[in-house]
Design a protein around this ligand. Sequence first.
Ligand SMILES: [Zn+2]
Length: 176
Amino acid sequence: MSLNEEENLELKPPRMNLFSVNKLEYAKGERPKVDCILCAVRDKNPLVDNLQIFESDLTIVSVNLYPYNPGHLIIFPKRHVTNITELTDEEALEIHKFTAKAVQIISKAWGAQGFNVGYNLGRNSGGSIAHVHQHVVPRFPNEVGFLDVFSNTRIVVYEPYKMKKELAQLWSSTDT
Ligand SMILES: [Zn+2]
């Protein structure tokens, strides 16, 4: 590549922001020594980071303890159940409502253009936590994995507690 071509590359693309997520310390290595990490979140166990953004009588909404995109939330029943077949109608409906609210908030706040929503159930599903939890994973048009190294891009590092703070504010100020 000639010098002229390099200059052109710098001028052409508009500056873009990419989001990256800073993992919590234990997401890189050993997990907290608790029987169930989501029951520990519910019980406000100090061994587990509290990333909860909202709770009702039945349900908790939290930034995922192991986020891989900004706004990656988990929504789960307070009861320790390990299969969606065990959810009551009330729990299932509330999880659905909170999922819809999360999608609405994250679309508006960060311009997410797609979402992966769902459960990993049972062994071999890729799930690592038995306690049933619905994932809400926002998808962005330019994610770090697809970064064009020649593009003029600034990587915005998202830290889980920053996500929690932003989302908790948005959650409480949004009516649905
Ligand atoms: Zn549990």
